[in-house]
Design a protein around this ligand. Sequence first.
Ligand SMILES: NC(=O)c1ccc[n+]([C@@H]2O[C@H](COP(=O)([O-])OP(=O)(O)OC[C@H]3O[C@@H](n4cnc5c(N)ncnc54)[C@H](OP(=O)(O)O)[C@@H]3O)[C@@H](O)[C@H]2O)c1
Length: 245
Amino acid sequence: MRFEGKKVLITGATSGIGRATSIAFAKEGADVYVVGRNQNRGNKVVADIKELGRNGMFLQCDVSSPEEVEKIYEMMSNEGIIIDVLVNNAGVFITQSLDDMVFDDWSTTFSTNVNSVMLMTKAFINDLKKSRGCIINNASISGLDIFTSGTKNYMYGASKSAVVKFSKLCALNYAPDVRVNVVCPGIVDTELFTNRDFSRFDGVIPMGYISKPEQIAKLIMFLASEDADYITGAVIPVDGGMSLK
Ligand SMILES: NC(=O)c1ccc[n+]([C@@H]2O[C@H](COP(=O)([O-])OP(=O)(O)OC[C@H]3O[C@@H](n4cnc5c(N)ncnc54)[C@H](OP(=O)(O)O)[C@@H]3O)[C@@H](O)[C@H]2O)c1
């Protein structure tokens, strides 16, 4: 029960890694604020959180929209809710060659994967300073300098690199009050991939299999916990060794 009495807000929590992380935090005592656009799925996650005896609330929000982010901050603020942990996890994955690149897709990728992280951080940073809380941003091994993941990974890779750099600057500027760290998953079995044939990754992951969302949640929770109280500005792959190749 590492998070008894803590309040955790997770974006992109209606499915995949965000959903698994929401449930995992609730299992360890946290109240969880589930952010996403899909109300049905968000309500289901909240129902699972409540079944565990914790408080949960779905906050419908397009995190790429400055107005919608401001609205959820104001709603929480009016309720007197001050969060301890912010997990910026919402994201989209689109791959295109430069020749085929569509500006709207580039724009969607950056507004969802990058602008959202800035908007959420800016909205909640003063509360996190008050709670001496922490931020965990979900980037990807695609955002690491050491890893060039496929020839068509321009927009996703560039957006996740931006998340890494933004996070490091936040870690520097908000220490010692707020710790800011980054998780970089490899391949995780979620709906992020429209192509469900994961056999294309056979042989590329030293650990021999793609991960479950719960394995990413474990790292996020470690970074949010007291055990990580001296860790800030860290960028940690959780990829079964994929980025080593
Ligand atoms: N799966 C992987 O292999 C992998 C690897 C590396 C990094 N990641 C990162 O992990 C994060 C979570 O992805 P996932 O794999 O769990 O995929 P997922 O199951 O597709 O989850 C993506 C989540 O983001 C939310 N979302 C997307 N656009 C949004 C918006 N504009 N506003 C609010 N929420 C939005 C979706 O919720 P709604 O539809 O309800 O809005 C959904 O809950 C992403 O940042 C992704 O880049 C994943």
